[in-house]
Design a protein around this ligand. Sequence first.
Ligand SMILES: NC(=O)c1ccc[n+]([C@@H]2O[C@H](COP(=O)([O-])OP(=O)(O)OC[C@H]3O[C@@H](n4cnc5c(N)ncnc54)[C@H](OP(=O)(O)O)[C@@H]3O)[C@@H](O)[C@H]2O)c1
Length: 217
Amino acid sequence: MARLLVTGGSGFIGRAVCSLAVDRGHEAVSVSRSGAPETGSDDVEWIAADVFEPAEWRGALDGVEAVVHSIGTAEENEGDGITFERLNGDSAILVGEEAARAGVPAMVFVSASVKPPGVDESYLAAKRRAERALAGHPLRSVVLRPGPVHGADQPHFPEAVDTVFRALDSLPGAAALGDARPLSVETVARAALDAALDPDRAGVIDVETMATRYDVD
Ligand SMILES: NC(=O)c1ccc[n+]([C@@H]2O[C@H](COP(=O)([O-])OP(=O)(O)OC[C@H]3O[C@@H](n4cnc5c(N)ncnc54)[C@H](OP(=O)(O)O)[C@@H]3O)[C@@H](O)[C@H]2O)c1
Protein backbone atom coordinates (compact mmCIF):
# COMPACT_ATOMS: atom_id res chain seq x y z
CA MET A 1 0.00 0.00 0.00
CA ALA A 2 1.33 3.44 -0.94
CA ARG A 3 0.47 6.91 0.29
CA LEU A 4 -0.33 9.47 -2.44
CA LEU A 5 -0.83 13.19 -2.13
CA VAL A 6 -3.12 14.62 -4.80
CA THR A 7 -2.98 18.40 -5.11
CA GLY A 8 -6.36 19.38 -6.55
CA GLY A 9 -7.79 16.05 -5.37
CA SER A 10 -11.28 17.55 -5.07
CA GLY A 11 -11.37 18.52 -8.77
CA PHE A 12 -12.71 16.56 -11.71
CA ILE A 13 -9.52 14.61 -12.52
CA GLY A 14 -8.01 14.70 -9.02
CA ARG A 15 -11.10 13.13 -7.52
CA ALA A 16 -10.95 10.25 -9.98
CA VAL A 17 -7.30 9.70 -9.06
CA CYS A 18 -8.13 9.68 -5.33
CA SER A 19 -11.05 7.25 -5.86
CA LEU A 20 -8.98 4.85 -7.92
CA ALA A 21 -6.14 4.95 -5.42
CA VAL A 22 -8.35 4.08 -2.44
CA ASP A 23 -10.23 1.44 -4.48
CA ARG A 24 -6.87 -0.22 -5.06
CA GLY A 25 -6.03 -0.16 -1.37
CA HIS A 26 -3.77 2.89 -1.28
CA GLU A 27 -3.92 5.89 1.00
CA ALA A 28 -4.96 9.15 -0.72
CA VAL A 29 -4.62 12.65 0.69
CA SER A 30 -6.12 15.59 -1.19
CA VAL A 31 -5.10 19.24 -0.91
CA SER A 32 -7.49 21.90 -2.19
CA ARG A 33 -8.90 25.15 -0.85
CA SER A 34 -12.38 23.72 -0.37
CA GLY A 35 -11.28 20.47 1.29
CA ALA A 36 -13.78 17.59 1.04
CA PRO A 37 -16.26 17.82 -1.84
CA GLU A 38 -19.93 17.12 -1.01
CA THR A 39 -19.76 13.58 -2.34
CA GLY A 40 -16.15 12.97 -1.34
CA SER A 41 -15.22 9.51 -0.09
CA ASP A 42 -14.55 9.09 3.63
CA ASP A 43 -11.59 6.94 2.64
CA VAL A 44 -9.72 10.00 1.33
CA GLU A 45 -8.02 12.42 3.72
CA TRP A 46 -9.21 15.89 2.65
CA ILE A 47 -6.98 18.82 3.56
CA ALA A 48 -8.40 22.32 3.05
CA ALA A 49 -5.42 24.50 2.11
CA ASP A 50 -4.23 26.89 -0.56
CA VAL A 51 -1.39 25.25 -2.45
CA PHE A 52 0.44 28.59 -2.45
CA GLU A 53 0.61 28.40 1.36
CA PRO A 54 2.79 25.29 1.65
CA ALA A 55 3.13 25.60 5.42
CA GLU A 56 -0.55 24.58 5.54
CA TRP A 57 -0.04 21.24 3.78
CA ARG A 58 3.65 20.26 3.62
CA GLY A 59 3.30 18.13 6.76
CA ALA A 60 1.14 15.78 4.69
CA LEU A 61 4.14 14.94 2.48
CA ASP A 62 5.55 12.67 5.20
CA GLY A 63 5.76 9.10 3.91
CA VAL A 64 4.30 9.99 0.52
CA GLU A 65 5.33 7.74 -2.38
CA ALA A 66 4.23 10.18 -5.08
CA VAL A 67 2.46 13.48 -5.56
CA VAL A 68 -0.11 13.80 -8.34
CA HIS A 69 -0.54 17.47 -9.21
CA SER A 70 -3.96 18.16 -10.69
CA ILE A 71 -4.40 21.90 -10.14
CA GLY A 72 -4.96 24.20 -13.07
CA THR A 73 -7.46 26.46 -14.75
CA ALA A 74 -8.80 27.18 -18.23
CA GLU A 75 -10.16 30.56 -17.15
CA GLU A 76 -8.18 33.47 -15.79
CA ASN A 77 -9.46 35.87 -13.15
CA GLU A 78 -6.67 38.30 -12.48
CA GLY A 79 -8.59 40.07 -9.70
CA ASP A 80 -8.51 36.81 -7.71
CA GLY A 81 -4.90 36.05 -8.68
CA ILE A 82 -6.04 33.22 -10.97
CA THR A 83 -3.74 33.41 -13.96
CA PHE A 84 -2.40 30.71 -16.25
CA GLU A 85 1.14 31.57 -15.17
CA ARG A 86 0.26 31.06 -11.52
CA LEU A 87 -2.20 28.15 -11.57
CA ASN A 88 -0.93 26.17 -14.55
CA GLY A 89 2.76 26.91 -14.11
CA ASP A 90 3.85 28.19 -10.69
CA SER A 91 1.64 25.83 -8.67
CA ALA A 92 3.28 22.76 -10.23
CA ILE A 93 6.78 24.15 -9.76
CA LEU A 94 6.07 24.97 -6.12
CA VAL A 95 4.62 21.52 -5.43
CA GLY A 96 7.61 19.89 -7.16
CA GLU A 97 10.02 21.88 -4.98
CA GLU A 98 8.14 20.97 -1.80
CA ALA A 99 7.98 17.30 -2.79
CA ALA A 100 11.69 17.15 -3.66
CA ARG A 101 12.64 18.86 -0.39
CA ALA A 102 10.52 16.37 1.57
CA GLY A 103 12.25 13.45 -0.19
CA VAL A 104 9.14 12.31 -2.08
CA PRO A 105 10.39 9.96 -4.82
CA ALA A 106 8.01 10.91 -7.64
CA MET A 107 5.68 13.56 -8.99
CA VAL A 108 3.03 13.21 -11.68
CA PHE A 109 1.96 16.48 -13.30
CA VAL A 110 -1.43 16.54 -15.03
CA SER A 111 -0.56 18.87 -17.89
CA ALA A 112 -2.32 19.12 -21.27
CA SER A 113 -1.68 18.25 -24.90
CA VAL A 114 -3.64 21.14 -26.36
CA LYS A 115 -5.20 24.34 -25.11
CA PRO A 116 -8.99 24.45 -24.86
CA PRO A 117 -10.67 26.25 -27.81
CA GLY A 118 -10.74 30.03 -27.46
CA VAL A 119 -8.22 30.02 -24.62
CA ASP A 120 -5.01 32.05 -24.85
CA GLU A 121 -1.72 30.35 -25.81
CA SER A 122 -0.36 31.27 -22.39
CA TYR A 123 -2.48 28.40 -20.94
CA LEU A 124 -0.16 25.89 -22.58
CA ALA A 125 3.01 27.99 -22.29
CA ALA A 126 2.65 27.95 -18.50
CA LYS A 127 2.20 24.16 -18.49
CA ARG A 128 5.28 23.65 -20.65
CA ARG A 129 7.32 25.96 -18.40
CA ALA A 130 6.35 23.83 -15.40
CA GLU A 131 7.15 20.61 -17.29
CA ARG A 132 10.68 21.88 -18.02
CA ALA A 133 11.21 22.92 -14.40
CA LEU A 134 10.07 19.54 -13.09
CA ALA A 135 12.37 17.69 -15.49
CA GLY A 136 15.28 19.37 -13.70
CA HIS A 137 14.21 18.14 -10.24
CA PRO A 138 15.89 15.22 -8.49
CA LEU A 139 12.57 13.39 -8.14
CA ARG A 140 11.18 11.10 -10.86
CA SER A 141 8.76 13.26 -12.79
CA VAL A 142 6.05 12.10 -15.14
CA VAL A 143 3.97 14.47 -17.26
CA LEU A 144 0.51 13.40 -18.42
CA ARG A 145 -0.69 15.33 -21.43
CA PRO A 146 -4.39 14.60 -21.99
CA GLY A 147 -6.54 16.53 -24.45
CA PRO A 148 -10.20 17.05 -23.51
CA VAL A 149 -11.29 14.78 -20.65
CA HIS A 150 -14.87 13.48 -20.46
CA GLY A 151 -16.75 11.78 -17.66
CA ALA A 152 -19.75 11.82 -15.37
CA ASP A 153 -20.03 15.07 -13.40
CA GLN A 154 -17.68 16.84 -15.80
CA PRO A 155 -17.93 20.42 -14.52
CA HIS A 156 -16.26 22.28 -17.37
CA PHE A 157 -18.59 21.99 -20.34
CA PRO A 158 -22.25 21.10 -21.01
CA GLU A 159 -23.38 17.49 -20.88
CA ALA A 160 -24.03 17.50 -24.65
CA VAL A 161 -20.37 18.30 -25.28
CA ASP A 162 -19.35 15.56 -22.89
CA THR A 163 -21.54 13.13 -24.84
CA VAL A 164 -19.86 14.14 -28.10
CA PHE A 165 -16.41 13.71 -26.56
CA ARG A 166 -17.35 10.25 -25.31
CA ALA A 167 -18.62 9.28 -28.76
CA LEU A 168 -15.47 10.57 -30.48
CA ASP A 169 -13.28 8.71 -28.00
CA SER A 170 -15.03 5.42 -28.79
CA LEU A 171 -14.84 5.73 -32.59
CA PRO A 172 -12.71 3.03 -34.23
CA GLY A 173 -10.71 5.83 -35.91
CA ALA A 174 -10.34 7.94 -32.74
CA ALA A 175 -6.53 7.70 -32.95
CA ALA A 176 -6.68 9.98 -36.02
CA LEU A 177 -7.71 12.83 -33.71
CA GLY A 178 -4.16 12.81 -32.37
CA ASP A 179 -3.53 15.11 -29.40
CA ALA A 180 -7.12 16.37 -29.54
CA ARG A 181 -8.61 12.91 -28.94
CA PRO A 182 -10.84 13.02 -25.85
CA LEU A 183 -10.07 10.54 -23.07
CA SER A 184 -12.25 9.38 -20.20
CA VAL A 185 -11.43 10.63 -16.72
CA GLU A 186 -10.99 6.99 -15.67
CA THR A 187 -8.33 6.50 -18.36
CA VAL A 188 -6.42 9.56 -17.16
CA ALA A 189 -6.73 8.44 -13.53
CA ARG A 190 -5.35 4.97 -14.35
CA ALA A 191 -2.43 6.58 -16.19
CA ALA A 192 -1.78 8.90 -13.24
CA LEU A 193 -1.82 6.10 -10.67
CA ASP A 194 0.41 3.86 -12.76
CA ALA A 195 2.83 6.74 -13.37
CA ALA A 196 2.87 7.51 -9.66
CA LEU A 197 3.67 3.98 -8.55
CA ASP A 198 5.77 2.46 -11.36
CA PRO A 199 9.42 3.40 -10.78
CA ASP A 200 10.17 2.82 -14.47
CA ARG A 201 7.82 5.55 -15.73
CA ALA A 202 9.33 8.97 -16.41
CA GLY A 203 8.91 11.77 -18.92
CA VAL A 204 5.87 12.57 -21.02
CA ILE A 205 2.87 10.25 -21.42
CA ASP A 206 0.90 11.46 -24.43
CA VAL A 207 -2.73 10.97 -25.52
CA GLU A 208 -1.97 8.01 -27.75
CA THR A 209 -0.10 6.16 -24.99
CA MET A 210 -2.90 6.81 -22.49
CA ALA A 211 -5.52 5.62 -24.99
CA THR A 212 -3.59 2.48 -25.85
CA ARG A 213 -2.34 1.50 -22.45
CA TYR A 214 -4.96 2.74 -20.00
CA ASP A 215 -8.31 2.82 -21.84
CA VAL A 216 -9.70 -0.51 -20.73
CA ASP A 217 -13.42 0.37 -20.96
N1 LIG B 1 -10.74 18.68 -17.56
C1 LIG B 1 -10.13 18.58 -18.73
O1 LIG B 1 -10.78 18.38 -19.78
C2 LIG B 1 -8.63 18.70 -18.81
C3 LIG B 1 -7.98 18.40 -20.02
C4 LIG B 1 -6.60 18.48 -20.11
C5 LIG B 1 -5.87 18.90 -19.01
N2 LIG B 1 -6.50 19.20 -17.86
C6 LIG B 1 -5.68 19.66 -16.72
O2 LIG B 1 -5.87 18.81 -15.63
C7 LIG B 1 -5.77 19.54 -14.41
C8 LIG B 1 -7.00 19.26 -13.57
O3 LIG B 1 -8.15 19.61 -14.32
P1 LIG B 1 -9.61 19.43 -13.73
O4 LIG B 1 -10.52 19.42 -14.89
O5 LIG B 1 -9.64 18.33 -12.73
O6 LIG B 1 -9.75 20.84 -12.96
P2 LIG B 1 -10.79 21.23 -11.82
O7 LIG B 1 -11.97 20.33 -11.84
O8 LIG B 1 -11.02 22.69 -11.97
O9 LIG B 1 -9.99 20.96 -10.48
C9 LIG B 1 -8.97 21.83 -10.05
C10 LIG B 1 -8.59 21.46 -8.63
O10 LIG B 1 -7.58 22.38 -8.19
C11 LIG B 1 -7.96 22.90 -6.91
N3 LIG B 1 -7.34 24.22 -6.75
C12 LIG B 1 -7.47 25.30 -7.55
N4 LIG B 1 -6.75 26.33 -7.05
C13 LIG B 1 -6.15 25.87 -5.92
C14 LIG B 1 -5.29 26.45 -4.96
N5 LIG B 1 -4.87 27.73 -5.02
N6 LIG B 1 -4.86 25.68 -3.93
C15 LIG B 1 -5.28 24.40 -3.80
N7 LIG B 1 -6.10 23.79 -4.69
C16 LIG B 1 -6.52 24.53 -5.72
C17 LIG B 1 -9.48 22.93 -6.97
O11 LIG B 1 -10.09 22.95 -5.69
P3 LIG B 1 -10.46 24.32 -4.93
O12 LIG B 1 -11.09 25.24 -5.95
O13 LIG B 1 -11.37 23.91 -3.85
O14 LIG B 1 -9.18 24.88 -4.41
C18 LIG B 1 -9.74 21.58 -7.64
O15 LIG B 1 -9.62 20.56 -6.67
C19 LIG B 1 -5.64 21.01 -14.80
O16 LIG B 1 -4.30 21.40 -14.71
C20 LIG B 1 -6.11 21.04 -16.23
O17 LIG B 1 -5.44 22.05 -16.98
C21 LIG B 1 -7.85 19.11 -17.71
